[in-house]
Design a protein around this ligand. Structure first.
Ligand SMILES: Nc1ncnc2c1ncn2[C@@H]1O[C@H](COP(=O)(O)OP(=O)(O)OP(=O)(O)O)[C@@H](O)[C@H]1O
Ligand SMILES: [Mg+2]
Length: 272
């Protein structure tokens, strides 16, 4: 059995999010009447410790993906601060941003839309290597072989296109792409919600296995509290752009304080 979230490694903060606000302009056209911006994050603060899997739960539209994307510097924030390993990501130089891209990864919810259908798996997995300046073909091929075997794919799969794979295998490919540069931090944005229940556990076990191998830190976004309970020692609950509750997962399950958390827990099907 793989040991999840060894707390010995979890003392230092890898990420500190401090009072972050994020709005989206909701105007669609030049002649549209001016609309109020969408307020996606309203003063969000949280810490992610090195080596932990932090669960992030909340209803649709509560700002989970926005928060994950802001942490990965894929979206700009309006105000507040995000520190990565103690450094404010706003102050990153171009070189720092390049390094940051190597150190971080994102796994999307939908493996059907996140892989370019016109590219073979070899091209999909090589892209981050080429973008990050790994010029030596032999090194790239070795890295491809390694990640293919670590994610439970076959070397033959490299010559195929995404449509030739099942949902679970596509998610393995997406995970391989996110991890090929051996990042230290990964946002897994509902990585199993689009998959058949029968293969969800395989993907969860793969994520745990890779966490141990690469000493990863995850922000694990999910609607499924049972999965969060299994995977995460700590959990953060978001509601309408705010964090309404956070703490040890077992404690929150035992003693939820916010009405939304209570509602979420009540909605878990019970096995009698
Ligand atoms: N690019 C965008 N442009 C405009 N509004 C956006 C954009 N991205 C997100 N939003 C809005 O910001 C809010 C938060 O969205 P977000 O996608 O972060 O929610 P979520 O918690 O990830 O939801 P889900 O569980 O459905 O994935 C929503 O009101 C959404 O409509
Ligand atoms: Mg989302």
């Amino acid at each position: 059995m793989v040991k999840i979230n060894n707390m010995e490694n979890c003392k230092e903060n890898l990420i500190e999010v401090k009072n972050v606000h994020k709005t989206f302009s909701s105007n669609t056209g030049l002649f549209e009447p001016k609309k109020e911006p969408v307020y996606a994050l309203k003063g969000v603060s949280l810490n992610i410790k090195k080596g932990e899997i932090l669960g992030l739960v909340g209803e649709s539209g509560s700002g989970k993906s926005t928060l994950g994307n802001c942490i990965l510097k894929l979206l700009d924030i309006n105000c507040g601060e995000i520190l990565y390993d103690g450094v404010n990501v706003e102050n990153f130089t171009k070189k720092d941003v390049k390094e940051f891209r190597k150190k971080t990864g994102l796994i999307f919810q939908n493996p059907y839309s996140s892989l370019n259908p016109k590219m073979k798996i070899k091209e999909i997995l090589s892209e981050p290597l080429i973008v990050n300046g790994i010029k030596d073909k032999k090194t790239r091929e070795e890295m491809l072989e390694e990640i293919v075997s670590l994610t439970g794919l076959n070397s033959d799969d490299l010559g195929r296109f995404p449509h030739e794979f099942s949902g679970g295998q596509r998610q393995r490919i997406a995970i391989a792409r996110a991890l090929i540069l051996k990042p230290e931090f990964v946002v897994a944005d509902e990585p199993i919600s689009a998959l058949d229940v029968s293969i969800q556990a395989q993907i969860i076990n793969l994520l745990i296995d890779l966490k141990e191998k690469f000493n990863l830190t995850y922000l694990f976004i999910s609607h499924d509290l049972n999965v969060v309970k299994y995977l995460c020692t700590r959990v953060v609950i978001m509601y309408r752009g705010e964090i309404v509750e956070e703490g040890e997962t077992t404690e929150i399950f035992k003693n939820p304080k916010h009405s939304y958390t209570k509602l979420l827990l009540d909605s878990i099907p019970k096995v009698y």
